[in-house]
Each structure stands twice: as structure tokens, then as C-alpha cells.
Ligand binder design. Structure first.
Ligand code: PEP
Ligand code: MG
Length: 591
């Protein structure tokens, strides 16, 4: 009797939304895993180094070849350029050559040793973004190893069937070769949401689940699998009924996406004619393209700290200027809100620059760090002011908790402008200045802070953390992290009222802004601009278009009578249920 394989659900991380169903195609790097160690005689050492250099050169030529073939996908180009630079990085290239010479061993073993040491270093890093950047180094090393061992290159471009790729990891170079007519989606054992492979998947708009750990050890070639990039699961050997269910979900999702993206580039105007800017949050410059595709009206939050991670020094003014200028030029004339460095807390730098802190969320974070490190701050301020001559730039100071901080930050901005003037470098000081409102003291002092800024941007991720005393990264208390808590809603209303009274603009850039069922409330409060993960932009625009702002104002009065997050959610559902999509309901129900 033919045995029927049991349905298996593997949980991972949702790297790119969408659903696909199809046959698995394993992308194995044959021959690269097994490496032997052998001694090299002194007279042959220089040849061994040459062999290593030749493998690096071959990897470089391959990357350049791929780069040439994908000129219009600039976001991919940026990532491949990073890999090109890593090929010659001291910690990889230099150390391998040193290891071959010092230990008189073969190049493969030297590379393996260097990589396993680097992996250990990356493992000790707390920051998840940094940890994921280690994947880039490993991918680059894999490439060199393949060329050293003579293993075959994984040729994704040559795949002839319609398949779903299953790999331990896919390098950006491999992901870039994906032919959208052949590859329906991909899944990997390694990686996280912020990995470059995840970013490329999102920009290609194919479903992807990463960080599955055991996909390659469980799934064989030609196995039937379902990839649910919305919830981050993979179903192996689905039963008939699961298949039917997912066929339907896939159709629903595709219809839903087609409807919301069709109108996403049009402005978000409510039924009674109120226009709201719907902006995107970015971490990496290459995300601007996805943001524009999703119809973002600008960048409401450019988290600049990511340029400071994964390195042993601070980026200099010119390097920062180049990155900011690229983003500002691409976005022109749309606004780009550059937030100054918000490191530490949950975004700690490498140990070298860091302080041991018992309570990092309450420690030397964000603006506090910058005021303590005036040179680091000044370099960034000068870079921002210089980039501001290329488009529409706003500057945003994070985690302001006292009047002193905003006054000092503004004073340093003036000093930066004066120094640029002295150096004869072009700059633009005539830019809007904003304070992030993410600490309860800033809420209470909003009227005073408003005197020094042109806008407030509410960072609900931290505002909730600091107001409800909930560590935003702690899974144990995640159920208590409630944007709809009446305390939060009252704070939002207070800040918005103050902003109106003081005639400054009021924005929101925390995750709360990108959740559809919060929108009626946020319109009622009177937000001028909402900024979010770029993928949420079309749906938020759709919800705004189906609301009447005057109604949301009366609705807010009712919301303010609620005493719990749960009853507030029930009220939203009862009042606006019909215009809020199924997908976001299930999100709300989980809370
Ligand atoms: C926030 O705190 O809501 C915010 C947008 O900033 P970050 O998530 O980068 O701390
Ligand atoms: Mg914050």
C-alpha cells in the first residue's frame, strides 16, 4: 500500500508576504560543506595565497557579471556592491591570507577557520540587525569557497520549471538571479526579516519565509509545499483540505492586493475631503524603491542607526552625506525625515563603543548618546544639512525627554551649519525640525517642546514601552503591549491638541500608524501624517479613503469613555468593522 506522507507545518519568519503552492527545488551548494585541512610547504605558500586571491577575483567577476545584468534594480545593485566590498574586507580577505601564511595551511581551511571565528563574534552580538549582517559575510565566504573547491555554481537563472526554492540560505547574488516566471517563492533555513535576502524578496514581491531552521533537512526535491509569507509558515505534504483552503486564501490575497495597490499611488483623501500624507519608514537606503512602489508620499522616518552597525568605526560625514543624498535625490520632491542616531537600548552598537548598562532602555540611548558624543553627532548633523540641498529634508530628534535636550540638539544643529558656512560647503539650514514624542515626560511637556520645533512625530513603539512599563522586546509581556490602552489614547490626544494649539504639525511613525484598525482613531485625534512599514501603505490609504473625518471626531469622544484596550477594540470593530479587512481583524483578535 502506498504510504501517504503526513502534513508537516514548519514555522519561520515572514520575510515577504503572499502565498504560493508548488514543487520544492533544492538549492544545494554541493562540495562546499566538506573541506579538508592540509599543510602547505614554505616554498608553496605564495602559490597558495595566489590560489586564494584567484578565487576571490573569480567571485568578484561573477558578482560584477550579475550586477551588469540587473542595472535597473538599483536596490539589488547596492546590496551586491556591499558584497563586492566585503570580498576585499580586511577581516575576511586580510585574515585569510595571514592564516595561510602563519599556519602554513591550505586556503580552504584558512577560509573555514576565519569564517567560524567571525561567526562566533557575530553570535555574541545582541543586536538582531547586526547578527543578520553576518549572513552577508558568510555568503561572500561561501562564494569564495565554491571557487576554491571548484564546486558548481548554483545556477538559479537556469531553472526551467515553475518551482519554490528551498535553501539553507540564498545570497543576494543568488536572489538577484531569480526569474519571476519560474520561481514562485523561496524558503530558507537561515536569515531574518532584516536580512538582505528578505529585502530583495520584498522588492521582487514574491512570498518568502526565512529562518525555518529545518527546511532543508525535511524537504526533498519535488515535495509539494505551501509557503505562507503572510504568517511565516511552510506546509509540507498538505492534505487535500489544506490545499483547497490555501488555494482560496491565495486567490483572496491576490485579489485584495490587486485592489489596494491599484490605487496606492493616488493621494489618501477621506470621504469629506481631508488629505493625509501616508509615508514609509525605512532602515536602509535601498528600501526607498519599495516605498515608492507602494505609493508612499515620502519618508516619515529614516532610521539612520543602521549605517553605524556592523563596523568597528563610526561612519564619517562624507560617507553619511553620500547615503542621505542618494535617498533625498530619489525621493525629491517628496519629504525625507532623517532621524538622528537612535542607538543603544534595543539597537546596541558593537561592544567596542559600548557601555555595560544594567538597564539599556533607560540608559545612554538616542539623543542622550549624541549629546555625550558631540563629534559623532556633529558629523551626522553636517551630513544631513549638506544632503538637504538636494531635496526636501526634515530632521527628527529621537527620545526627547527634556526641554534641555531639544534646545541642545537645535544649538548643535546651528553650530553644524556655522561650521559648514566657514568651510564654504553648500548646506541648507532652512529645514523643518521635529521632536519624537516617545517618553511620557515629553507628552507632559509638549507645550514647551512645541516652542522649539516645527513638528512632533509620535513614536508609539517606545511611548507604549515607557508609559505602560512594557519592554517592547520581551515576549513574556508582549500581550500587555497595547496601543489601544486608554492611557495611550489620552496621551496621543493631548499631544495632538497641543500641536494644534501651538500651530505645529503632528505626525506618527510608530507601528501603531500602520495598523488599519487604528486609523479611525488616529484620524479622529487629528494626525496630519502617518508613517509606517512601506507594505502597509496601500491598505492604510484604502482605509482613509473610506472614512469620514468628521465622523471619526465624534467616534473619538466615545473611545475616550472606554476603560480598557479590549473594549476600545470591540468598539472599533462594532463601528468600523465593515471597512476593515479580514486580515487585520485576525491581527486584532490575537491581542
Ligand atoms: C518608535 O519608538 O515608535 C519609533 C518609531 O522608533 P523606533 O522603533 O526606531 O524606536
Ligand atoms: Mg523609538
Amino acid at each position: 500500500m502506498k504510504s501517504i506522507a503526513e502534513e508537516i507545518i514548519i514555522k519561520g519568519i515572514n520575510a515577504s508576504p503572499g502565498i504560493c503552492i508548488g514543487k520544492a527545488y533544492r538549492v544545494d551548494r554541493e562540495g562546499v560543506e566538506i573541506v579538508e585541512k592540509y599543510k602547505i610547504q614554505a616554498k608553496d605558500l605564495s602559490n597558495e595565497v595566489k590560489r586564494f586571491k584567484a578565487a576571490v577575483k573569480k567571485s568578484r567577476d561573477e558578482l560584477l557579471g550579475i550586477l551588469k545584468k540587473s542595472p535597473e534594480e538599483l536596490q539589488h545593485a547596492h546590496i551586491l556592491e556591499t558584497h563586492l566590498a566585503l570580498l576585499k574586507d580586511k577581516m575576511l580577505y586580510g585574515r585569510c591570507i595571514e592564516t595561510i601564511k602563519q599556519e602554513s595551511i591550505n586556503a580552504e581551511w584558512a577560509l573555514k577557520t576565519v569564517i567560524s571565528n567571525l561567526r562566533e563574534v557575530f553570535q555574541t552580538m545582541i543586536d538582531p540587525y547586526l547578527k543578520e549582517r553576518s549572513a552577508d559575510v558568510v555568503q561572500v565566504a561561501d562564494n569564495i569557497m565554491r571557487n576554491l573547491t571548484g564546486a558548481k555554481q548554483v545556477n538559479i537563472a537556469a531553472i526551467k520549471k515553475r518551482v519554490i526554492l528551498v535553501a539553507q540560505d540564498l545570497s543576494p547574488a543568488e536572489t538577484c538571479q531569480i526569474n519571476l516566471e519560474r520561481v514562485k517563492g523561496f524558503i530558507t533555513d537561515r536569515g531574518g526579516k532584516a536580512s538582505h535576502t528578505g529585502i530583495i524578496a520584498r522588492s521582487l514581491e514574491i512570498p518568502a519565509v526565512v529562518g525555518l531552521k529545518e527546511a532543508t533537512s525535511t524537504i526533498r526535491n519535488d515535495d509539494l509545499i505551501i509557503v505562507d509569507g503572510n504568517s511565516g509558515i511552510v506546509i509540507l505534504h498538505p492534505t487535500e483540505s489544506t490545499l483547497l483552503q490555501y488555494e482560496e486564501r491565495k486567490i483572496d490575497y491576490e485579489e485584495y492586493k490587486a485592489v489596494i495597490t491599484r490605487d496606492s499611488k493616488a493621494p489618501a483623501e477621506s470621504l469629506d475631503g481631508v488629505r493625509l500624507s501616508v509615508m514609509g519608514n525605512i532602515e536602509l537606503p535601498e528600501e526607498v524603491f519599495a516605498l515608492l512602489n507602494y505609493g508612499g508620499d515620502g519618508i516619515g522616518l529614516y532610521r539612520t542607526e543602521f549605517q553605524y552597525f556592523n563596523r568597528t568605526d563610526f561612519p564619517g560625514e562624507d560617507e553619511l552625506f553620500d547615503k542621505y543624498k542618494d535617498v533625498v535625490e530619489v525621493m525629491h520632491p517628496k519629504p525625507v525625515t532623517i532621524r538622528t542616531l537612535d542607538i543603544n537600548g534595543d539597537k546596541a552598537l558593537t561592544n567596542q563603543f559600548n557601555y555595560e548598562e544594567t538597564n539599556p532602555a533607560l540608559g545612554l540611548r538616542a539623543i542622550r548618546y549624541c549629546l555625550k558624543k558631540p563629534q559623532v553627532f556633529k558629523d551626522q548633523l553636517r551630513a544631513i544639512l549638506r544632503a538637504a540641498t538636494f531635496g526636501n529634508v526634515r530632521i527628527l530628534f529621537p527620545m526627547i525627554s527634556t526641554y534641555f535636550e531639544i534646545r541642545e540638539a537645535t544649538r548643535m544643529l546651528d553650530q553644524a551649519a556655522e561650521s559648514l558656512e566657514k568651510n564654504g560647503l553648500p548646506y541648507n539650514r532652512d529645514i523643518e525640525i521635529g521632536a519624537m514624542i516617545e517618553v511620557p515626560s515629553a507628552v507632559i511637556m509638549a507645550d514647551v517642546l512645541a516652542e522649539n520645533v516645527d513638528f512632533f512625530s509620535i513614536g508609539t513603539n517606545d511611548l507604549i514601552q515607557y508609559s505602560l512599563a512594557i519592554d517592547r522586546g520581551n515576549e513574556q509581556v508582549a500581550h500587555l503591549f497595547q496601543p489601544l490602552d486608554p492611557a495611550i489614547i489620552r496621551m496621543l490626544k493631548h499631544v495632538a491638541d497641543v500641536a494644534r494649539e501651538k500651530e505645529i504639525k503632528i505626525f506618527m511613525c510608530g507601528e501603531m500608524a500602520g495598523t488599519p484598525h487604528h486609523v479611525p482613531l488616529l484620524l479622529g485625534i487629528g494626525m496630519d501624517e502617518l508613517s509606517m512599514n512601506p507594505q502597509s501603505i496601500p491598505d492604510i490609504k484604502r482605509v482613509i479613503r473610506s472614512l469620514n473625518v468628521a465622523d471619526t471626531r465624534s467616534f473619538l469622544k466615545e473611545v475616550l469613555t472606554q476603560t480598557t484596550a479590549k473594549s476600545t477594540f470591540e468598539l472599533i470593530k462594532a463601528t468600523y468593522g465593515s471597512i476593515l479587512s479580514e486580515q487585520m481583524y485576525s491581527e486584532g483578535r490575537k491581542k
